[in-house]
Design a protein around this ligand. Sequence first.
Ligand SMILES: Nc1ncnc2c1ncn2[C@@H]1O[C@H](COP(=O)(O)OP(=O)(O)OP(=O)(O)O)[C@@H](O)[C@H]1O
Ligand SMILES: CC(=O)C(=O)O
Ligand SMILES: [K+]
Ligand SMILES: [Mg+2]
Length: 581
Amino acid sequence: MAFAGDSIGMCRGIIAKNTNANLKKRVFGVSVSPSRMCTQIAKNKGNVKVKGGVPSAVQVGLEGAESSRSLTCLEGPLGLDVVSEGELRERGFLGMRKTKLVCTIGPACCSLEDLEKLALGGMNVARLNMCHNAREWHRDVIRKIKKLNEEKGFCVSVMIDTEGSQIQVVDHGAPSSVKTEAGSIWLFTTQRFEGSRPFTVQANYAGFSEGILVGDELVIDGGMATFEVIEKIGNDLRCKCTDPGLFLPRAKLSFWRGGNLVGKNYELPTLSTKDWADIEFGISEGVDFIAMSFVKDAEAVKYLKNYISDRSSNSIKVLAKIESLESVWKLEEIVEASDGIMVARGDLGVEIPLEQIPTVQEEITKVCRQLNKPVIVASQLLESMIEYPIPTRAEVADVSEAIRQYADALMLSGESAIGSHGQKALSVLQMASIRMELWSREENRQRALHPRQLGVSLPDQIAEQTCNCAVEMANNLGVDAIFVYTKHGHMASLLSRNRPCPPIFAFTNQNSTRMALNLQWGVIPILVDLLDDMEANVTKTIALIKTKGMLKQGDAVLVVSDVTTSATPTVFQSIQVKTID
Ligand SMILES: Nc1ncnc2c1ncn2[C@@H]1O[C@H](COP(=O)(O)OP(=O)(O)OP(=O)(O)O)[C@@H](O)[C@H]1O
Ligand SMILES: CC(=O)C(=O)O
Ligand SMILES: [K+]
Ligand SMILES: [Mg+2]
């Protein structure tokens, strides 16, 4: 693959020692000069110093800052998952898929064999929607996934998704869908009754009609059918169907007045008693992510994060689902508070007009990248594949647009949970990712980001600038891979944020970091034991990957690390380019 550009001239100072003909051939693009990098570093005045005299490395250090690492030894097998290893062998470094894939597990794919097929097909994260099934069912699935990871060398993270609170239909008088004719009169009630009553719909929440006025519009599932409220009888509503359509099971209700949403959901708690019990269950089963449904504000996310850190020594990442109007209003504070975001387009489409979904999705992905949080685009990506073996052209275009927007991950819902073609749907996502990522590289689209400075403290600013420069260098030099050594995944995520052309191999000695990085664009997390001496880690990991036959002579690797030496308590962030001989 070629990148447009001129020469490596200005880079020579950095890579002189390691430059060979092979690398030169692959180096294209506008160069970053060491002097430009130093200028950026020098802006962070204080006791920052730039080390000279090492032609293959740029090092910056902050004197007196203690190393945050407590690394011990580097031995044992290379913790690279079998799927990444296969992709690398088959397609080479640049051909490795960067966009991560999440599959919702349901009755159609919960056997060990089906889960293994999804893992082989590239599932990075398995999502369990706690709206469905008993906890025993979920426990069984989680254990199967962990068994596959342990015994077959996969690296599939587990996410539980809370049920949350929302006004919805409990019963609409039929086991599946029911038609609503224009002009038909329906009663929406909170009364509980056995069996079904024609033209009667049970709502799940006693206060569902509070504040609702005659003349308001009642919309089902964002437009499946529309009613006008014609009479209030206590808490119940008599409604006339104005736009005929369908009631599906668990249909969502929303009320509108003069074109604006009447926000009844706001009064419901973000986490119900059942959600808290599900969260306890998730903690005890050692899940990697908890996706929080119907997040209203940053407080709810912070509360859950604090609760988890008090309860569990494992770090479980909290993802906030953006699926209400209120969460769109408070987007930035929610993104800042959370460990990642899901654009839950299904329920979002109930609360905002459908034509606004594409722009809201683009805005959310942009904010997440600016604030360096992973983002999943979810719902109806390949909806027609629940039934059919191929997607519609429009679905492929939608999926490709999410990839072009550089979403970290794409999610399958019913396609994998209940669909007849879950594995095929996953392969559509995989092919679309590889195709669109190639196109984006050819268009040099990663340059479109003007990253907002995130770091407040000087060490954080240095880490961020190091990663920004490292990615620019990696792209310009056309290196094959970026290696990073990371305990909590921060450096790896800062590199990912820049959406580099080569894949990022993130070596970590913490399993929770490995599982969390599974959601981040372009990061291949690898579990290894690490040494205190960073230089030794670099040498040993390169040697390990080479031994496996995945690095060959002439390959170039850009290495980003926090270099600590035993002689000084100083942290040096360094960028080195190593060519393999
Ligand atoms: N564990 C499961 N058991 C049975 N059916 C499931 C399960 N998980 C998902 N499904 C089915 O797949 C469909 C889509 O799944 P998904 O869980 O993504 O629903 P959703 O309504 O988009 O999510 P949410 O409830 O979080 O808004 C659901 O309507 C449901 O019928
Ligand atoms: C995934 C989800 O919760 C939604 O789209 O509503
Ligand atoms: K849910
Ligand atoms: Mg939802």
